[in-house]
Design a protein around this ligand. Structure first.
Ligand SMILES: NC(=O)c1ccc[n+]([C@@H]2O[C@H](COP(=O)([O-])OP(=O)(O)OC[C@H]3O[C@@H](n4cnc5c(N)ncnc54)[C@H](O)[C@@H]3O)[C@@H](O)[C@H]2O)c1
Length: 247
């Protein structure tokens, strides 16, 4: 039986990924700090297990992986937090927390899982970064962009070291998505319109857009994609020069 661990499983993107993985026949381990929400999700996904976990804590992660029982065939690192603010106003604890949840957690959960996958000689790891981790800094990102950029490189390093163990590793970088931590931006009609206009395909993405790409990366159809960072952003990262104006 195929099995998958998903961190940040109670969130806007993580829950959709969990639902689609369940529908694709995976036994799903729902890893999140939010116990109430993963219990609720467990009742909606037939073969799933709520695993309340702090992904920044190695003991908590190891305990949950043990509770899951099976060697996971796949892992999606989707837990994340934001603490926006200018660098000069950001305090050290906020900076550390953002690095811990968005970057360190992937190291902790991926290594614990890869050790099990290595014994089986097979596995598939997907790290959820962001367009913020790409080439273009955004103001008031605090540690978020640095953490997400670090995650892209960590993912590449995993792919280099673990490909020979039979473990495929890729990154998915969502753009403007109406879900989870960004959903509040799109409740304001003006803000939504402004952002839609910035996206070359003129629409804001959904959790389903991201989950479908994750399903593709989990499938054999993507078996030769390894060490990639796939932008799922409607082309927004290509649009930096769109407003330069030319006559
Ligand atoms: N929503 C977007 O627009 C968007 C865009 C780009 C990237 N992302 C990335 O996608 C991922 C999911 O984002 P989302 O929009 O679903 O956010 P979300 O806030 O809805 O979900 C994040 C989840 O992570 C969990 N979490 C936080 N700290 C944790 C910890 N220490 N241990 C365990 N779980 C913890 C939260 O409880 C929450 O359920 C994040 O990594 C985010 O950075 C989101």
């Amino acid at each position: 039986m195929k099995s998958i661990l998903i961190t940040g499983a109670s969130g806007g993107l993580g829950s959709e990924i969990a639902i689609q993985a369940g529908a694709n026949g995976y036994k799903v381990g729902l890893i999140d700090l939010n116990e109430e929400k993963i219990n609720e999700l467990q009742s909606k996904i037939p073969n799933s297990l709520a695993l309340p976990t702090d992904v920044t804590n190695e003991d908590s992660v190891n305990e949950s992986i043990k509770k899951f029982g099976d060697t996971p065939s796949a892992l999606v690192n989707c837990a994340g937090i934001v603490r926006f603010g200018s660098l000069l106003e950001q305090n050290v604890q906020d900076f550390k927390d953002v690095i811990a949840v968005n970057l360190l957690s992937s190291f902790i959960v991926s290594c614990a899982t890869a050790k099990l996958m290595e014994e089986k000689g097979a596995g598939n790891i997907i790290n959820i970064s962001s367009i913020s981790g790409g080439k273009h800094p955004a103001i008031h990102s605090g540690a978020y962009a640095a953490a997400k950029a670090g995650l892209v490189m960590l993912s590449e390093q995993m792919s280099l070291e673990w490909g020979k163990l039979g473990i495929r590793v890729n990154t998915v970088s969502p753009g403007f998505i109406d879900a989870g931590m960004s959903a509040s931006h799109y409740q304001d009609a003006e803000e939504r319109k402004k952002r839609e206009a910035m996206v070359p395909i003129q629409r804001i993405g959904t959790a389903d857009d991201i989950a479908k790409v994750v399903m593709f990366l989990l499938s054999e159809d993507s078996s030769y994609i390894h060490g990639e960072n796939i932008l799922v952003d409607g082309g927004v990262m290509n649009s930096v020069l769109a407003n330069i104006g030319r006559t």
